[in-house]
Design a protein around this ligand. Structure first.
Ligand SMILES: Cc1cc2nc3c(=O)[nH]c(=O)nc-3n(C[C@H](O)[C@H](O)[C@H](O)COP(=O)(O)OP(=O)(O)OC[C@H]3O[C@@H](n4cnc5c(N)ncnc54)[C@H](O)[C@@H]3O)c2cc1C
Ligand code: FES
Length: 246
């Protein structure tokens, strides 16, 4: 696909917009794509990125530079071409009309859950955390799309001082756990501590997990995770898992 735009929004995060051809399948919230340069073999393997925003003409990815592949993607300019494979994986299932959807986003995990707010405007309670205020991205863009937005920072430079799991623990004291459904994505440490709480209160929940990937198509088993019902491939049976499976 052709690069339409590539702009840095902070020192190490950029939004890459690619053309979507007319017959390209549209993603569902939580699905991802493998991206790699159109020419050459470096890097050889595509890198997985969540579908962030899209319409009929383009799709955007919100990407944090963490290593060689993401640094290379940040250098692409309008008119360059990128090989994309997707949409891949399982999406977040829709919520029951009887439950309030609560989204928890930690750091760049926001890229995976943001699109829930495109599909169901002003319905979600959105809890978003990062290390500091400068790392909370696009908050003014999120605010009008959600019912309530709560921001958390580890250093207290904006919103609640603490991480999203600590905030959620406080939030639960005022909320009936049976009246909500949780959608979450964030770093492994956040997911682990969140799972303990979600299981303790028996809350219907869907988590998007991250794993290094090679083929993205279920063939190499490189992304397999141990679950209650055996090894599951994050690229095929995930990346979104019902917490009951984990
Ligand atoms: C389903 C899925 C969706 C993702 N969506 C996004 C997104 O929307 N935006 C975004 O910025 N990132 C996303 N990621 C993470 C992203 O794929 C990695 O940051 C990227 O592949 C790193 O490539 P690299 O070549 O720059 O880093 P490398 O040089 O390969 O590695 C740099 C560092 O990142 C770690 N790393 C590499 N891949 C992963 C991974 N898959 N999960 C966790 N740590 C990793 C390595 O262990 C190493 O410490 C997603 C990952 C998955 C599995
Ligand atoms: S990346 Fe190959 S099976 Fe998932």
């Amino acid at each position: 696909m052709e690069v339409i735009d590539n702009r840095e929004i902070t020192d190490n995060v950029f939004i890459l917009r690619l053309e979507l051809t007319e017959n390209a399948l549209k993603p569902e919230p939580g699905q991802f794509y493998l991206l790699r340069p159109d020419s050459g073999y470096d890097p050889l393997l595509g890198r997985p990125f969540s579908a962030f925003r899209w319409n009929n003409d383009w799709i955007e990815f919100l990407i944090r530079k963490t290593g060689r592949g993401t640094a290379l993607l940040s250098t692409f300019r309008p008119g360059d071409h990128i090989r994309i494979l997707g949409p891949l994986g399982r999406s977040f299932p829709p919520h029951s009309p009887h439950k309030t959807p609560v989204v928890l986003a930690g750091g760049i995990g926001m890229a995976s859950v943001y699109s829930l707010t495109l599909k169901h405007k002003a319905e979600h309670i959105f809890i978003y955390g990062a290390k500091s205020a400068t790392e909370l991205l696009l908050t003014e863009d999120i605010r009008p799309r959600v019912r309530e937005l709560y921001l958390c920072t580890d250093d207290g430079s904006m919103g609640f001082q603490g991480n999203v799991v600590e905030f959620f623990t406080e939030f639960l004291k005022k909320t009936s756990s049976h009246s909500i459904v949780v959608y979450a994505c964030g770093p492994e440490k956040m997911t682990k501590s969140l799972m303990e709480i979600l299981k303790k209160y028996n809350i219907e929940s869907y988590l998007s997990l991250e794993e290094r990937m090679a083929c993205g198509l279920g063939a190499c088993m490189g992304c397999a995770k141990d679950t209650k019902t055996g090894m599951k491939r994050v690229c095929m049976e995930g990346p979104v898992f019902n917490i009951e499976e984990l």
